[in-house]
Design a protein around this ligand. Sequence first.
Ligand code: SAM
Length: 256
Amino acid sequence: MSVELRLPPEQKLIAELQALAKEEQAIALAIDALQTGHFKHPDGRVDHLANVRVSLGQAGLLAFLAKECPTFLSVEVGFGMGSTAAILLGTRRLQGKPFVHAIFDPFGLPDGSGKIVQSYLEQRFPKAFRRIMKSSETGMAAMIENRGPECAGLVFIDGGHRFENVMTDFVLADQLLALGGYIVLDDSFFPAIETVVNYVKANRPDYAVAHLPVPNCSVLRKVRRDQRSWDAFKPFEVPQRENWTPSRKLPAQAES
Ligand SMILES: C[S@@+](CC[C@H](N)C(=O)[O-])C[C@H]1O[C@@H](n2cnc3c(N)ncnc32)[C@H](O)[C@@H]1O
């Protein structure tokens, strides 16, 4: 069994995020985009988020964890509209240390949304922003080969949403993750993602787990190295809900 991870309450996370927005334009623009549904590039162009939006609580949680990131490298799976990338990049810059934030996503959104946000992030963070046009499955595996294990302090997973996508992302993120680092799973209201959280809770005592510290998100912290025997397996609960059936009624903003 994993131990429970304690994190600040949602309202505190949001208040801290709003304070960061006063110091970093990328965070202010991302918050405005999450609230209005439109990312307004300072050059006048506008990108439309539709339902690809995290809540302010989720954004605040990511900012809190970005402050704690113990390594040069942080990683994200799924660029989407780039809102979470903007929050992570902006918060990491405010820590005043060199860093790189690498995002795997070879697809982007079907209607081409997100390109204006990406061009903003490229300009604003020319050294730190890396969009890698590979799937997380091949991209994170190559990153483990190239940079070695335990090189990342924060991995945010919001890419493919089927069970095997998220489980593969967890397995690779676990290898990339440094001791003390965090894996964040978006969309953990939903059964495929909740199943991965349940696997970790039952089988991975090397992780402390906060399930739903804010709506629709779970956090896993690597608190020690994996010392299980080769045959270790503990049964875990698989929610008996299909497809995109949430564990509770969704707030309006947590739909993707
Ligand atoms: C829900 S969006 C991410 C939203 C993002 N967090 C934001 O703030 O806008 C999911 C993204 O994951 C990408 N994706 C899907 N499967 C993927 C995979 N196997 N590897 C990397 N990215 C993937 C999609 O192209 C899409 O852009």
